[in-house]
Design a protein around this ligand. Structure first.
Ligand code: E4P
Length: 217
């Protein structure tokens, strides 16, 4: 399973990338706006840090505008993936970009039908939003499981990015139901390697070691 970072915070990306734990990065207009930096500048910087795919989202709502933006954005770096909203116009743009060999991440997926259509249109990645779906009382994890089943049944190469990940359980369950990737905010990622029993175990080992050393003096 691959792990992407869901952020445009380059300090956080550098820190976690140094652990070898970053297979890619996803951004969206909200995430970019939070950094208060020029879109092109921040995407170029992220692409220079991370080897894997970096999703940059278009803001046009018409297919022609999306394709024009995509053609410009892909020139910024070799590892850019164009993030496209899941709409009729988005599907049209995804289809055109796929024919041009430009990788896409179709975002804001909330149903199996949406995921299936995006895959048929040629999406490289589809992003079901777990947290936002859970908020409506529908299981985001169940959607990921169904999407995986459909993609496998029909032999699509499209990969599922479990997005809108808010709790460690989302990451664990996404891995169990076959998400190819989880995109995780840095604040949550840093909690994944911690466990209170690990901390308690280390404290106990250290205390036992110190008393053993003391006894050997
Ligand atoms: C990732 O591609 C999405 O943009 C992101 O995970 C959305 O997360 P949110 O629902 O927490 O905003």
């Amino acid at each position: 399973m691959k792990f992407f970072l869901d952020t445009a915070d380059v300090t956080a990306i550098k820190k976690i990338n140094a652990l070898g734990l970053v297979d890619g990065v996803t951004t969206n207009p909200t995430i970019i706006a939070k950094e208060g930096r020029v879109f092109e500048e921040v995407i170029k910087e992220i692409c220079s840090i991370v080897d894997g795919p970096v999703s940059a989202e278009v803001t046009s709502l018409e297919a022609d505008g999306m394709v024009a933006e995509a053609k410009e954005i892909v020139q910024w770096a070799e590892n850019i993936v164009i993030k496209i909203p899941m709409t009729e116009e988005g599907l049209k743009a995804t289809n055109e970009l796929s024919k041009l060999g430009i990788k896409t991440n179709v975002t804001l997926i909330f149903s199996v039908a949406q995921g299936l259509l995006a895959a048929k249109a040629g999406a490289t990645f589809i992003s079901p939003f777990l947290g936002r779906l859970d908020d409506t009382g529908t299981s985001g994890i169940e959607l990921v499981a169904k999407l995986r089943e459909v993609l496998d049944t029909y032999g699509f190469s499209t990969e599922i990015i479990a997005a809108s990940v808010r709790i460690s359980e989302h990451v664990e369950k996404a891995s169990l139901v076959g998400a190819h990737i989880a995109t995780v905010p840095p604040s949550l990622y840093q909690t994944l390697w911690s466990h209170p029993l690990t901390d308690k175990g280390i404290a106990q080992f250290m205390a036992d070691w110190e008393s053993f050393q003391g006894g050997n003096k």
